[in-house]
Design a protein around this ligand. Structure first.
Ligand SMILES: Cc1cc2nc3c(=O)[nH]c(=O)nc-3n(C[C@H](O)[C@H](O)[C@H](O)COP(=O)(O)OP(=O)(O)OC[C@H]3O[C@@H](n4cnc5c(N)ncnc54)[C@H](O)[C@@H]3O)c2cc1C
Length: 555
């Protein structure tokens, strides 16, 4: 933890040097001593220190300075660091001014110049002030701070990105904490930059205004550039299938890179509790599974890139992936494990309020914010059931909206039982969202009840949508064969009337998980006909590595 700061201000450089020397020799081990020769630059410095979240224990200013005297400086500095101890350095002639400043400007002490010997005229009084400061000092948070507002989609995007990538950060909702003195002082210190929310403040003092996840990724050290331009195996997608392929590929000696555009873990990473994954009898959270898998993959030397794949092509034995930043990676074997993304709910108001009360998927970062609120979960599959169970821990009431008459055909029995046993979860059947209402954030929804054909308008603080998912494989169109919904065809699915698809030139059949382009494999939810489960994704990712070895032996 950085040391708290003792700041002295004096326009007389000899006096400044002398006070700095005496402070450093007595307190240098525990405090950082900084000197400034002008009150104006000292105030600027204090604002910078505030933005960096540094602690200031003492402000010591000479009374007689041109343009701004010591009392005025200390009064202004108090607005930035109200808990710092404030002391004046005065000449004998200014004693009266100093005494009245103690009363009027809440100054803690004044020292007469010269203060020799310091052991008598400086240290005992400062010891007392610093002991007093230490008694109420709470060390400040030293990590990343994110300032924004709860209903801002961009703030949500960054919060979600940091949380899912397991980057520790402090979230400061500037609206909710508007009356908190710390927030006020921080916003003041930020000046005009405070208008450019969301603002990310890094411990090194740098800041990112209206930043996007990709900017933050670079800053927090998530790798965005590949270490080399060739790999034996490149995997696009870091969900369970991609992570399993990475672990098996790298552990069996393949130079492996995994490209993930959001956060490793994929859909599974959003699950609050996976209870049907082998070996975890009490279940485990998706975040925990992802964290363990990432550590395992990295231990075997997998390189993980925080990037989006936007194109792919084949050049002789090379398979080339184009990344969103324009760079390319070439490999011998390419694995597509990009899973599926949430299907959009088509109703007025939904798109406008997305990120401002309406969320697709788990919204794990939102669960805590829903304390005491009324939350709607749309959908009847396991993902909706898990989310409802998670939100029920915080929300006053969770209402699951389903179009059908029950959950029995869409949700696993163990989850149906848990939902039934949770008193603050309610099931609303024959119900679909007709419209979302609210100005800056979701306030109400209109629900179409198909059994009565009536629309009911009800208050809603947040709505989480889980209505099925589709693959996003447009970037592979015209290259790999897809079914009518965009899922990738592999192995026997590529055979039509017993014949290979157009363009297949090898005299062998495609391997079980191989696409119509030799050396490009597809695993997990993105694959046509796959079972949409964590275990099956993990299984396919692991098995595909065997076919990749066979393929590589002939490249
Ligand atoms: C909330 C929830 C709860 C669930 N609970 C369970 C459960 O309890 N048990 C169970 O068995 N299954 C569960 N599932 C289903 C399970 O999570 C999925 O079947 C599984 O995650 C699929 O894994 P995958 O690796 O194929 O794809 P995904 O998990 O979808 O991962 C794909 C990854 O690829 C990335 N990606 C996509 N396109 C690109 C691109 N162009 N460039 C770079 N990266 C890209 C995505 O960001 C994503 O991280 C749940 C799903 C959800 C949403």
């Amino acid at each position: 933890m950085p040391k708290p700061i003792l700041l002295s201000v004096d326009d007389d450089s000899d006096v400044l040097r002398a006070i700095e020397r005496d402070l450093r020799s007595q307190y240098g081990a525990e405090y950082r001593v900084i000197g400034s020769d002008s009150p104006e630059s000292a105030l600027d410095l204090l604002k910078q220190l505030k933005v960096r979240n540094d602690s200031v224990a003492l402000l010591l200013a000479d009374q007689r300075m041109p343009r701004m005297d010591g009392v005025e400086f200390l009064q202004q500095a108090m607005g930035i660091y109200p808990t710092a101890k404030r002391a004046l350095l005065t000449a004998y002639a200014d004693t009266n001014a100093a005494i009245s400043a103690i009363n009027e400007a809440s100054i803690n002490y004044f020292f007469l110049k010269p203060w020799d010997p310091p052991a008598e005229h400086l240290y005992p009084q400062l010891d007392d002030l610093l002991d007093d400061w230490q008694a109420s000092f709470r060390p400040t948070f030293r990590g990343i701070r994110l300032l924004g507002t709860r209903w801002s989609p961009r703030s949500y995007e960054l919060r979600d990105f940091l949380a899912r990538n397991r980057v520790p950060f402090q979230w400061i909702d500037v609206e909710q904490t508007a009356n908190d003195p710390e927030t006020k002082q921080l916003l003041e210190a930020l000046g005009p930059d405070a208008a450019e929310l969301p603002v990310v403040l890094f411990p090194d003092g740098t800041k990112l205004l209206e930043g996007a996840p990709a900017d933050v990724a670079q800053k927090v050290g998530l790798r965005t550039r590949a270490q080399t331009d060739f790999y034996q195996l490149a995997i696009v997608g870091g969900g369970p299938a991609g992570l399993a392929a990475a672990v098996y590929g790298a552990s069996e000696g393949l130079k492996t890179v995994m490209i993930e555009r959001e956060a490793p873990g994929g859909q599974a990473g959003m699950s609050s509790r996976i209870e049907n994954y082998l070996g975890f009898p009490t279940g485990l959270s998706g975040a925990d599974l992802a964290r363990r898998a990432v550590v395992q993959a990295q231990r075997f030397g997998v390189e993980i890139l925080s990037q989006e794949a936007v194109g792919a092509r084949a050049e002789g034995p090379y398979r080339i992936v184009k990344l969103a930043d324009g760079n390319e990676i070439s490999c011998h074997a390419l694995m597509i494990a990009t899973g599926v993304q949430w299907r959009r709910l088509e109703a007025p108001g939904i798109d406008r309020l997305q990120g401002a009360g309406i969320y697709y998927g788990g919204g794990a970062t939102e669960a805590l914010s829903c304390k005491g609120e009324i939350v709607y979960v749309v959908g009847g599959a396991n993902s909706a059931g898990q989310a409802a169970m998670n939100f029920a821990k915080y929300a006053e009431r969770v209402i699951i909206l389903v179009r059908g008459e029950s959950l029995s055909s869409t949700m696993s029995q163990y989850l149906i039982d848990q939902v039934k046993e949770t008193s603050n979860i309610q099931l609303w059947t024959h119900a679909g969202v007709a419209e979302a209402h609210g100005d800056s954030h979701l306030e109400e929804i209109s629900v179409l009840c198909s059994d009565t054909d009536k629309i009911e308008r009800v208050p809603a603080s947040a709505m989480f949508i889980f209505i099925g998912a589709l693959p996003q494989t447009e970037w592979l169109a015209n290259f790999t064969e897809r079914d009518e919904r965009g899922f990738l065809l592999t192995g026997p699915d590529l055979l039509r009337d017993g014949r290979h698809t157009k363009g297949w030139t090898l005299d062998r059949d495609p391997y079980l998980l191989e696409t119509n382009v030799p050396g490009i494999f597809a695993v997990g939810d993105v694959r046509h006909g796959s079972i949409k489960r964590v275990a099956s994704g993990v299984g396919e990712g692991s098995v595909a590595v065997q076919f990749i070895h066979q393929y590589l032996s002939k490249v």
